[in-house]
Write a protein that binds this ligand. Sequence first.
Ligand code: ARG
Length: 457
Amino acid sequence: MYLWGGHLGGLSEFTHEFNKSIDFDKVLFQEDIRGSIAHVNMLAKVNILSEEEGKIIRENLRQILLDIKDKKLDIDLNEEDIHSFIENELTKRIGKLGKKLHTARSRNDQCALDLRLYSKKSLNQIKDKLLDLIKAIIEISEDNLDVLMPGFTHMQHAQVTTFSHYIMAYGQMFYRDLLRLESTFERLNENPLGSCALATTSFNIDRFMTSQELGFSKPTENSMDSVSDRDYVLEILFNNSLIMMHLSRLCEELIYYSSSEYSYVKFSDKFSTGSSIMPQKKNPDMAELIRGKTGRVYGDLNTLLVIMKASPLSYNKDFQEDKEPLFDSINTVYNCLKIMKPMLLSLKINKKNMLKSAHKGYLNATDLADYLVNKNIPFREAYKIVGDVVNYAIKVDKALDELDLEIYKKFSDIFDDSLYDFIDLENSLNKRDVYGGPAKKAVKVQIKNLKDKIKNL
Ligand code: ARG
């Protein structure tokens, strides 16, 4: 049943199919009914509806909500959208009075309202999952403060760090993601209801009342903006893209850290699959899927950016295309976060292999240069001397701590026995107790700070 009838003749079956959004906006039924109840309460309060009329509409809307939840009422997928379905269902139940619900409202502010309510709910759900993940990362970091590993730049062995320091880097990323969600929440927490089609209404409505009932901080400022604003959806899509980027980078590393070449970590069987032909295979499918799904979440962002780019004020039907990318992005990110936490917590950390690997690739070369600098050699000169030592060590296939002092003396007579202590990996690590650094002491500070920051979230 069309909502508009009037002067129009109606759509063909195919154009109706093409036009409708109920197949995907049906998930908004709770938000739609909640919004309608707030609207009705307000209409009754300002005497646009009588007390009695308000009561009947409110009770019937509540019953429709229960009936959908209890599966006593099926959402009719032949309707144009969820808004039409609920209004038509109400009218079926209470007759003419149901047709009063839409006084001083348009589907333009109604769908904007529903989407904001849905976005608020989803942001909070994603926030909870992010928080869970950050807590898991902190736990893993605390458990691995002594696990030395190579730190990489350009994917080449660079300097020594710990698994604890490494994983806390992701703790920081996900914490920033959390802050971004909170900041988006502030901006989206304004109520568009009452903007109507674009120019509000001649009725004396109270937008502050509906704002309060629906948990918004205030009504939106400009009705034309309100019905055509999808910035908050784009912000969510961007925030989600960044969360996925962080998840994907971590997955990428864990995938190759779990390969035979590295063997730094081992995924639990719960997050791995076998091969249909190779009996020995254990594949990190979940991590690969998270990495892969990053592409579709980026795609969702791009879709809406392109939809909005030449959209004139105010509402245009193009905006109906906002929902599928938003729902897809939210569901994908939520599921990926849900998998990531137990996958990380069940990861086996191979301390021995990481340490073995840390002994390769001259991670302590910078320390050797620092050693000379401490003996008053200018850094650039020290850098050159150590470069020559490393070249020599590569030629004779030895680590820096395996070269005799006599050899060192050939490169500079400033070297003495104390160099071995200075370039010892563990010492090299613990000297780096600069704020933010990998030394146990410094990582403990990071952990404490992050714990403090998330304490009241
Ligand atoms: N299904 C529409 C949407 O999601 C609802 C708004 C319809 N408004 C209109 N003027 N046709 O955007």
